[in-house]
Design a binder for this molecule. Structure first.
Ligand code: GDP
Length: 297
Protein backbone atom coordinates (compact mmCIF):
# COMPACT_ATOMS: atom_id res chain seq x y z
CA UNK A 1 0.00 0.00 0.00
CA UNK A 2 1.72 3.12 1.26
CA UNK A 3 5.10 1.46 1.08
CA UNK A 4 4.90 1.47 -2.67
CA UNK A 5 3.93 5.10 -3.10
CA UNK A 6 7.52 6.23 -3.27
CA UNK A 7 8.28 3.53 -5.84
CA UNK A 8 5.28 4.52 -7.92
CA UNK A 9 6.30 8.16 -7.90
CA UNK A 10 9.83 7.19 -8.84
CA UNK A 11 8.48 5.23 -11.78
CA UNK A 12 6.40 8.20 -12.92
CA UNK A 13 9.36 10.55 -12.77
CA UNK A 14 11.74 8.10 -14.39
CA UNK A 15 9.51 8.25 -17.44
CA UNK A 16 9.56 12.02 -17.27
CA UNK A 17 13.33 12.20 -16.99
CA UNK A 18 13.71 10.89 -20.53
CA UNK A 19 11.76 13.85 -21.85
CA UNK A 20 13.00 17.30 -22.68
CA UNK A 21 10.44 19.09 -20.65
CA UNK A 22 8.08 18.45 -17.75
CA UNK A 23 4.48 19.03 -18.73
CA UNK A 24 1.30 19.54 -16.81
CA UNK A 25 0.22 16.09 -17.91
CA UNK A 26 3.30 14.57 -16.27
CA UNK A 27 2.44 16.22 -13.01
CA UNK A 28 -1.17 15.17 -13.27
CA UNK A 29 0.06 11.61 -13.75
CA UNK A 30 2.17 11.84 -10.60
CA UNK A 31 -0.74 13.36 -8.67
CA UNK A 32 -2.91 10.48 -9.85
CA UNK A 33 -0.44 7.99 -8.38
CA UNK A 34 -0.55 9.76 -5.04
CA UNK A 35 -4.32 9.74 -5.14
CA UNK A 36 -4.50 6.01 -5.89
CA UNK A 37 -1.97 5.17 -3.20
CA UNK A 38 -3.91 7.12 -0.58
CA UNK A 39 -7.21 5.51 -1.57
CA UNK A 40 -5.62 2.07 -1.53
CA UNK A 41 -4.35 2.83 1.94
CA UNK A 42 -7.92 3.39 3.06
CA UNK A 43 -7.70 7.13 3.50
CA UNK A 44 -11.15 8.69 3.56
CA UNK A 45 -12.06 9.80 0.00
CA UNK A 46 -13.00 13.33 1.06
CA UNK A 47 -9.64 13.70 2.75
CA UNK A 48 -7.90 12.41 -0.36
CA UNK A 49 -9.77 14.87 -2.55
CA UNK A 50 -8.82 17.85 -0.45
CA UNK A 51 -5.24 16.70 -0.09
CA UNK A 52 -4.83 16.06 -3.80
CA UNK A 53 -6.15 19.42 -4.88
CA UNK A 54 -3.69 21.15 -2.56
CA UNK A 55 -0.79 19.08 -3.91
CA UNK A 56 -1.83 19.61 -7.52
CA UNK A 57 -2.12 23.34 -7.10
CA UNK A 58 1.37 23.57 -5.63
CA UNK A 59 2.90 21.12 -8.08
CA UNK A 60 1.50 22.91 -11.09
CA UNK A 61 3.16 26.09 -9.95
CA UNK A 62 6.38 26.95 -11.74
CA UNK A 63 8.44 25.22 -9.05
CA UNK A 64 8.14 21.68 -10.35
CA UNK A 65 7.85 22.52 -14.04
CA UNK A 66 11.10 24.47 -14.02
CA UNK A 67 13.05 22.28 -11.67
CA UNK A 68 16.00 20.16 -12.76
CA UNK A 69 14.98 17.58 -10.18
CA UNK A 70 11.17 17.58 -10.54
CA UNK A 71 10.82 14.23 -8.80
CA UNK A 72 12.42 15.53 -5.63
CA UNK A 73 10.52 18.79 -5.72
CA UNK A 74 7.27 16.91 -6.23
CA UNK A 75 7.94 14.46 -3.41
CA UNK A 76 8.83 17.35 -1.13
CA UNK A 77 5.54 19.05 -1.96
CA UNK A 78 3.64 15.85 -1.09
CA UNK A 79 5.66 15.39 2.09
CA UNK A 80 5.16 18.99 3.22
CA UNK A 81 1.45 18.86 2.51
CA UNK A 82 1.18 15.63 4.52
CA UNK A 83 2.98 17.28 7.44
CA UNK A 84 0.61 20.20 7.11
CA UNK A 85 -2.53 18.05 7.18
CA UNK A 86 -1.15 16.01 10.08
CA UNK A 87 -0.83 19.13 12.17
CA UNK A 88 2.41 20.83 11.10
CA UNK A 89 4.27 22.16 14.09
CA UNK A 90 0.98 22.64 15.87
CA UNK A 91 1.73 22.71 19.59
CA UNK A 92 -1.68 21.25 20.36
CA UNK A 93 -0.11 17.81 19.88
CA UNK A 94 1.30 18.21 23.41
CA UNK A 95 -0.63 17.17 26.52
CA UNK A 96 -1.94 20.19 28.39
CA UNK A 97 -0.81 19.92 31.98
CA UNK A 98 -3.10 21.71 34.37
CA UNK A 99 -1.23 24.33 36.41
CA UNK A 100 -3.36 23.21 39.32
CA UNK A 101 -2.75 19.46 39.68
CA UNK A 102 -3.97 16.90 39.16
CA UNK A 103 -4.20 16.97 35.37
CA UNK A 104 -7.19 14.79 34.52
CA UNK A 105 -6.97 12.61 31.44
CA UNK A 106 -9.87 10.48 30.28
CA UNK A 107 -9.17 7.69 27.80
CA UNK A 108 -12.08 6.67 25.59
CA UNK A 109 -12.52 4.27 22.70
CA UNK A 110 -13.84 0.92 21.62
CA UNK A 111 -12.99 -2.30 23.39
CA UNK A 112 -9.78 -3.77 22.02
CA UNK A 113 -8.50 -0.48 20.69
CA UNK A 114 -5.69 -0.59 23.23
CA UNK A 115 -7.09 1.74 25.88
CA UNK A 116 -5.89 -0.09 28.97
CA UNK A 117 -2.45 -0.74 27.51
CA UNK A 118 -2.28 2.93 26.53
CA UNK A 119 -3.24 3.97 30.08
CA UNK A 120 -0.17 2.06 31.28
CA UNK A 121 2.01 3.55 28.55
CA UNK A 122 0.87 7.08 29.37
CA UNK A 123 1.49 6.45 33.07
CA UNK A 124 5.02 5.34 32.25
CA UNK A 125 5.54 8.37 30.01
CA UNK A 126 4.54 10.78 32.79
CA UNK A 127 6.50 8.82 35.35
CA UNK A 128 9.63 9.25 33.23
CA UNK A 129 8.89 12.97 33.24
CA UNK A 130 8.91 13.00 37.03
CA UNK A 131 5.15 13.01 37.54
CA UNK A 132 3.27 11.12 40.21
CA UNK A 133 0.43 9.29 38.46
CA UNK A 134 -2.83 7.70 39.55
CA UNK A 135 -4.40 5.15 37.23
CA UNK A 136 -8.16 4.71 37.52
CA UNK A 137 -10.02 1.56 36.48
CA UNK A 138 -13.43 2.92 35.54
CA UNK A 139 -14.82 -0.02 33.61
CA UNK A 140 -17.74 -1.31 35.64
CA UNK A 141 -18.65 -4.00 33.12
CA UNK A 142 -15.48 -6.03 32.80
CA UNK A 143 -13.69 -7.09 35.98
CA UNK A 144 -10.89 -8.36 33.73
CA UNK A 145 -10.20 -4.79 32.69
CA UNK A 146 -9.64 -3.87 36.35
CA UNK A 147 -7.29 -6.84 36.77
CA UNK A 148 -5.38 -5.78 33.66
CA UNK A 149 -4.87 -2.24 34.93
CA UNK A 150 -3.84 -3.47 38.36
CA UNK A 151 -1.20 -5.70 36.82
CA UNK A 152 0.11 -2.74 34.82
CA UNK A 153 0.11 -0.57 37.95
CA UNK A 154 2.15 -3.16 39.85
CA UNK A 155 4.59 -3.46 37.00
CA UNK A 156 5.07 0.31 36.89
CA UNK A 157 4.79 0.89 40.63
CA UNK A 158 1.94 3.31 39.95
CA UNK A 159 -1.12 3.47 42.22
CA UNK A 160 -4.35 2.14 40.76
CA UNK A 161 -7.74 3.30 41.97
CA UNK A 162 -10.57 0.79 41.59
CA UNK A 163 -13.86 -0.09 43.27
CA UNK A 164 -14.99 -3.54 42.31
CA UNK A 165 -18.38 -3.33 44.03
CA UNK A 166 -19.37 0.06 42.72
CA UNK A 167 -21.74 0.05 39.76
CA UNK A 168 -21.63 3.77 39.06
CA UNK A 169 -18.76 4.81 36.78
CA UNK A 170 -19.38 8.52 37.44
CA UNK A 171 -19.06 8.00 41.16
CA UNK A 172 -15.81 6.06 40.72
CA UNK A 173 -14.36 8.85 38.57
CA UNK A 174 -15.32 11.53 41.09
CA UNK A 175 -13.91 9.59 44.02
CA UNK A 176 -10.74 8.86 42.09
CA UNK A 177 -10.18 12.56 41.41
CA UNK A 178 -10.78 13.35 45.09
CA UNK A 179 -8.32 10.65 46.04
CA UNK A 180 -5.76 12.04 43.57
CA UNK A 181 -6.14 15.49 45.11
CA UNK A 182 -5.64 14.31 48.64
CA UNK A 183 -2.69 12.14 47.61
CA UNK A 184 -1.19 15.14 45.75
CA UNK A 185 -0.95 13.28 42.43
CA UNK A 186 0.18 15.21 39.38
CA UNK A 187 -1.77 13.27 36.79
CA UNK A 188 -4.91 11.08 36.90
CA UNK A 189 -5.48 8.73 33.97
CA UNK A 190 -8.98 7.32 33.76
CA UNK A 191 -9.44 4.13 31.78
CA UNK A 192 -13.11 4.09 30.81
CA UNK A 193 -15.23 1.19 29.56
CA UNK A 194 -15.21 0.30 25.90
CA UNK A 195 -17.70 -1.63 23.81
CA UNK A 196 -17.34 -3.58 20.62
CA UNK A 197 -19.60 -1.01 18.98
CA UNK A 198 -20.70 2.46 19.92
CA UNK A 199 -23.89 2.41 21.95
CA UNK A 200 -25.97 5.04 23.65
CA UNK A 201 -25.51 3.78 27.19
CA UNK A 202 -21.74 3.95 26.83
CA UNK A 203 -21.87 7.45 25.35
CA UNK A 204 -24.21 8.67 28.10
CA UNK A 205 -21.90 7.25 30.73
CA UNK A 206 -18.85 8.89 29.18
CA UNK A 207 -20.67 12.21 28.87
CA UNK A 208 -21.67 12.00 32.52
CA UNK A 209 -18.11 11.26 33.60
CA UNK A 210 -16.92 14.23 31.55
CA UNK A 211 -19.46 16.51 33.16
CA UNK A 212 -18.66 15.28 36.65
CA UNK A 213 -14.89 15.64 36.57
CA UNK A 214 -14.24 18.21 33.82
CA UNK A 215 -11.15 16.49 32.36
CA UNK A 216 -8.22 18.46 30.93
CA UNK A 217 -7.90 15.93 28.13
CA UNK A 218 -10.28 13.45 26.56
CA UNK A 219 -8.12 11.25 24.39
CA UNK A 220 -9.70 8.94 21.87
CA UNK A 221 -7.72 5.72 21.49
CA UNK A 222 -7.90 4.43 17.91
CA UNK A 223 -6.65 1.15 16.49
CA UNK A 224 -4.71 2.05 13.34
CA UNK A 225 -5.39 -1.39 11.90
CA UNK A 226 -9.13 -0.76 11.64
CA UNK A 227 -8.84 1.85 8.86
CA UNK A 228 -12.09 3.55 7.87
CA UNK A 229 -13.90 2.15 10.91
CA UNK A 230 -11.51 3.97 13.21
CA UNK A 231 -12.29 7.17 11.35
CA UNK A 232 -16.06 6.77 11.68
CA UNK A 233 -15.80 5.87 15.35
CA UNK A 234 -13.49 8.83 15.99
CA UNK A 235 -16.03 11.11 14.33
CA UNK A 236 -18.84 9.87 16.58
CA UNK A 237 -16.78 10.08 19.78
CA UNK A 238 -15.76 13.61 18.83
CA UNK A 239 -19.33 14.67 18.14
CA UNK A 240 -20.51 13.23 21.45
CA UNK A 241 -17.63 14.18 23.73
CA UNK A 242 -15.68 16.92 21.95
CA UNK A 243 -12.43 14.99 22.39
CA UNK A 244 -9.17 16.92 22.80
CA UNK A 245 -6.90 14.53 20.95
CA UNK A 246 -6.21 11.10 19.53
CA UNK A 247 -3.80 8.30 20.34
CA UNK A 248 -3.22 5.94 17.45
CA UNK A 249 -2.28 2.41 18.52
CA UNK A 250 -0.87 -0.64 16.73
CA UNK A 251 1.23 1.31 14.28
CA UNK A 252 3.71 -1.55 14.48
CA UNK A 253 1.34 -3.53 12.25
CA UNK A 254 0.81 -3.11 8.53
CA UNK A 255 -1.03 0.17 8.88
CA UNK A 256 1.00 2.87 7.23
CA UNK A 257 -0.71 5.85 8.74
CA UNK A 258 -3.74 6.33 6.51
CA UNK A 259 -5.92 6.43 9.61
CA UNK A 260 -3.81 9.24 11.09
CA UNK A 261 -4.41 11.38 8.05
CA UNK A 262 -8.15 10.74 7.95
CA UNK A 263 -8.80 11.07 11.68
CA UNK A 264 -6.97 14.38 11.87
CA UNK A 265 -8.91 15.76 8.91
CA UNK A 266 -12.30 14.39 9.90
CA UNK A 267 -12.21 15.36 13.59
CA UNK A 268 -9.93 18.39 13.33
CA UNK A 269 -8.35 17.16 16.57
CA UNK A 270 -4.61 16.62 17.01
CA UNK A 271 -2.94 13.25 17.23
CA UNK A 272 -0.94 13.27 20.44
CA UNK A 273 0.77 9.89 20.77
CA UNK A 274 1.29 6.69 18.85
CA UNK A 275 1.51 3.13 20.12
CA UNK A 276 4.02 0.93 18.35
CA UNK A 277 3.82 -2.38 20.18
CA UNK A 278 2.41 -4.28 23.14
CA UNK A 279 5.23 -3.35 25.51
CA UNK A 280 4.85 -0.33 27.77
CA UNK A 281 7.69 1.60 26.21
CA UNK A 282 6.41 1.08 22.67
CA UNK A 283 4.89 4.53 22.80
CA UNK A 284 5.97 7.94 21.56
CA UNK A 285 4.69 11.46 21.05
CA UNK A 286 3.17 12.07 17.64
CA UNK A 287 5.47 13.81 15.18
CA UNK A 288 3.76 14.93 11.94
CA UNK A 289 6.98 14.81 9.91
CA UNK A 290 7.77 11.24 11.00
CA UNK A 291 4.26 10.14 10.12
CA UNK A 292 4.52 11.85 6.72
CA UNK A 293 7.77 10.00 5.99
CA UNK A 294 6.18 6.73 7.07
CA UNK A 295 3.22 7.34 4.77
CA UNK A 296 5.52 8.09 1.85
CA UNK A 297 7.51 4.92 2.56
P1 GDP B 1 -8.80 -2.11 25.47
O1 GDP B 1 -9.87 -3.15 25.39
O2 GDP B 1 -9.11 -0.95 24.60
O3 GDP B 1 -8.46 -1.71 26.85
O4 GDP B 1 -7.50 -2.75 24.79
P2 GDP B 1 -6.24 -3.44 25.45
O5 GDP B 1 -5.35 -2.44 26.06
O6 GDP B 1 -6.66 -4.60 26.29
O7 GDP B 1 -5.50 -3.93 24.13
C1 GDP B 1 -6.07 -4.90 23.26
C2 GDP B 1 -4.92 -5.69 22.60
O8 GDP B 1 -4.14 -4.82 21.79
C3 GDP B 1 -3.96 -6.27 23.62
O9 GDP B 1 -3.60 -7.56 23.19
C4 GDP B 1 -2.77 -5.33 23.59
O10 GDP B 1 -1.56 -5.96 23.94
C5 GDP B 1 -2.78 -4.90 22.15
N1 GDP B 1 -2.15 -3.58 21.91
C6 GDP B 1 -2.40 -2.39 22.51
N2 GDP B 1 -1.65 -1.41 21.98
C7 GDP B 1 -0.88 -1.98 21.02
C8 GDP B 1 0.11 -1.49 20.09
O11 GDP B 1 0.46 -0.30 20.02
N3 GDP B 1 0.66 -2.43 19.26
C9 GDP B 1 0.30 -3.75 19.29
N4 GDP B 1 0.87 -4.59 18.44
N5 GDP B 1 -0.64 -4.22 20.13
C10 GDP B 1 -1.21 -3.37 20.98
Amino acid sequence: MFATLHDKLNAVFKKIKGQAKITEDNIKDAVKQVRLALLEADVNYKVVKKFISAVQEKALGEEVLKSLTPDQVFIKIVHDELVNVLGGDDQSTKIKLNPIPPTKIMLVGLQGSGKTTTAGKLAKYFQKNGKDVLLVADDIYRPAAIDQLEILGKQLKVDVFSKRDEQDAVKIAKEAVQHAKSAAKDVVIIDTAGRLHIDETLMEELKNIKEAINPDEILFVADAMTGQDAVNVAKTFNEMLDITGVILTKLDGDARGGAALSIREVTGKPLKFVGTGEKLDAFEPFYPDRMASRILG
